[in-house]
Every structure is written in C-alpha cells, then in structure tokens.
Design a protein. Structure first.
Length: 144
C-alpha cells in the first residue's frame, strides 16, 4: 500500500508530466504555489506515522454489544411508538427516531454513556466508556 509521501511525490511527478504536454500547460503561478505545498506534505509524511483506523479489540466490541443489548432489553424502546407528524420526509423520520431512541438507550447503558456532539457533521454522538473515559465516535441511523 502506498504511503502519504509516495502519494505526494506521484502527484508532483504527474503535475510535471502534465505541464510538458501540449494543451496541458499549468499556469506558472499555480506550479510555483503547489510545489512547496506538496514538498511540505512530503516532508511531513516523513514524520512518524499514526494509525488512524484499526480494528477494535474483540473484548471492547463484546462489551459494547452487550451494553446495547442490555439497554434495549431493559428499556421500553421495543414496541414503543415514536411520534412522527404526517408528511415528514424519510430523512426527517430517521432523525426523529434517533432523537427518540438515544435518550432511552443512554439511560439504560450501564458501562457507557452517549454524549451529543456540537456542530454539523460527523459524529452525531460520542459513546463514552465510563471506566476508561474512552470516547468513541457514534453514529446511529434509523431508516424508514
């Protein structure tokens, strides 16, 4: 798998190849602006890497699954009716179901809590493991 340094080097090489092709001349100002950015990115790519994505430990996964299973079985969420006004769009229905269910599940989680994130975008919530203060991005989706 290519690393970030190789990606930016390839991008610089591609840019140079494109500027040699008739009709594909990049403006000189653009080349002069882009090259230092890519060279800086290459330099930063030489820094020690950080793992951004990895598999959750099986024990953590089992703990989360068990916590949610218990929260569902001990709460009134199964069979409950979520109020949704007539004419509500499918996306809005999903949001209303999420707004309805999350507080119920949160109150039933024994080892975790669900905290709402501020602002737009990902994630909507954070799942917090109480014993370790581990914060896990959480997106719950309901589809209609």
């Amino acid at each position: 798998m290519a690393n970030l340094r190789d990606f930016f080097r390839d991008l610089l090489n591609w840019e140079e190849q494109q500027s040699d092709q008739p009709g594909h001349q990049w403006p000189r100002e653009l080349r002069e602006t882009a090259t230092p950015v890519f060279e800086n990115a290459i330099s930063e790519a030489d820094q020690q890497g950080r793992e951004l994505i990895h598999q959750w430990p099986q024990e953590l996964r089992n703990t989360i699954v068990s916590a949610f299973e218990n929260a569902v079985s001990e709460s009134s969420v199964k069979g409950s009716i979520c109020p949704v006004p007539l004419g509500t769009t499918n996306q809005s229905i999903g949001n209303k179901v999420e707004e309805y269910i999350v507080p119920i599940l949160d109150s039933g989680l024994s080892e975790f809590s669900i905290s709402k994130c501020s602002g737009p975008g990902y994630p909507d919530q954070t799942l917090i493991q109480q014993s370790t203060n581990l914060h896990i991005p959480l997106e719950m989706k309901a589809t209609a």
